[in-house]
Design a protein around this ligand. Sequence first.
Ligand SMILES: [Ca+2]
Ligand SMILES: [Ca+2]
Length: 309
Amino acid sequence: MTAVLKRWPALAAVGLVLAVWLSLSLAPDAPAGQATPEAPAVELPAELAGFRADAWFLPDDGMLGFVEVPGGPFTMGSDRAVDPLAFDIERWSPTQAQGRVDVPTFYIGRYEVTGAQYAVFVRESGHRVADQGALTGRPNFPVVSVAWTDALAYARWLEQALRASSVTPAPLARLLSDGWHVTLPTEAEWEKAARGTDGRIFPLGDAPRAERANYQGPGLTRVGAFECPECPYGLADMSGNAWEWTRSPYQAYPYDESDDAASLDADALWVMRGGSFSDGPQNIRAAVRGGADPGARRPFIGFRLALSR
Ligand SMILES: [Ca+2]
Ligand SMILES: [Ca+2]
């Protein structure tokens, strides 16, 4: 099977895209504002500090939580000579430990997507909830137990909601009308957002610090509970709390977004980043790469959004 797919990579990619499309379109489409029979009543607070109840519970700032990461190159991957915790899969090539990747300007969520944000999506879209864990978390904790397909469905729904609403702040509305999309970050976007441009090992610097991230702990915490003034771009929980889905398939480096569709296997895994509350220091490094089945729903995997051209 693998040999066949390798010979017909385009066919394999089409099959996979079809599978994703089918799984999305098979979710029952209830009219807006009506929950599916399987979904429990979603209880949302009238107010939630730091978030806008009138704007899908997105963060209360001028870009509803989207933070600009200016375009330019950064160092991706790991050099075991300076980072002894690095995994083999983080090495760039047989001859090179790390690579330089030029990432155009994009925006990324300051926080992981929360339980309240996801609950509004389920309530408004009727999106099928396959794992109740996605709705039973606290409103300002990261949503978890969501598959890659659920994460993308949320991004698509939110983009339409933002486009259609007069609540959307002007700078954000302008980007959307200029053709930007709400999506998941690529692996390169995620890593640049996490470590910035100085090649650091952890988002907060070259060593982990227990007071700066939720790792090696008992459970999820409120998004942004751990302040990290040293972290690039003012982002929270890039290390730990919930693992985060990206829109990149899990492939050997060198990283190349342009070959993502061409080399997909039918059973491709998707990259998740950043480690979770239960991981040790090795898995909360900025360059760590987890691979997960796109249908996997786990109590330690969530996501954050990106705005990308
Ligand atoms: Ca995280
Ligand atoms: Ca690739």
